[in-house]
Design a protein around this ligand. Structure first.
Ligand SMILES: Cc1cc2nc3c(=O)[nH]c(=O)nc-3n(C[C@H](O)[C@H](O)[C@H](O)COP(=O)(O)O)c2cc1C
Length: 145
């Protein structure tokens, strides 16, 4: 992939989405970074897993998120930028903002005086499946190499 320069805007949670969906405000925020000279732009971490997804991040856990992602991608390309996606599922950091959601973590841990259980095999498969589906969804978003 060719970029206009070596500047990358790292994933930065903006809280400008609406329940995980791209908004006009979100697009404006990203475009300001492209116009400011970021060759590669990573919108905030994007939740792949419905059960652990908080409402504070972008979502890509089902097909309803694709149109907004396409709109964002096309807007960034029109300004000469490129876009990549960061996949994520809810873990400990997610618990801080969405304590009502289940926490999927690799092993048992005590965090803020609370004991969390590590995932079992079924949960690992559930998460792996959600990453795979998210990748298939992302492949439907226009690419510019
Ligand atoms: C408000 C805010 C939100 C962030 N959101 C994410 C994120 O969604 N995903 C991620 O990997 N890093 C996230 N980060 C980390 C940044 O991408 C970056 O790696 C970090 O700020 C270190 O770079 P810096 O020293 O230039 O600030 C965030 C940082 C900030 C300040």
């Amino acid at each position: 992939m060719e970029l206009q320069n070596r500047v990358k805007f790292p994933a930065t949670a903006s809280c400008l989405d609406k329940d995980g969906y791209i908004t006009e405000e979100f697009i404006d925020y990203q475009l300001a970074r492209v116009r400011g000279g970021c060759g590669l732009n990573t919108p905030e971490d994007c939740r792949v897993h419905a059960r652990t997804a908080s409402s504070h991040n972008l979502g890509i856990w089902n097909d309803t998120f694709i149109p907004g992602m396409k709109q964002l991608s096309e807007a960034i390309h029109a300004e000469g930028g490129k876009i990549c996606v960061q996949f994520d599922k809810g873990g400990l950091a997610n618990w801080l903002v969405a304590p009502e959601k289940p926490v999927f973590i690799p092993s048992d841990i005590t965090f803020y005086s609370r004991d969390f259980k590590g995932v079992d095999k079924a949960m690992i498969h559930e998460v792996a499946e959600s990453y795979g589906s998210a990748a298939a969804r992302a492949a439907k978003i226009p690419l510019k190499i």
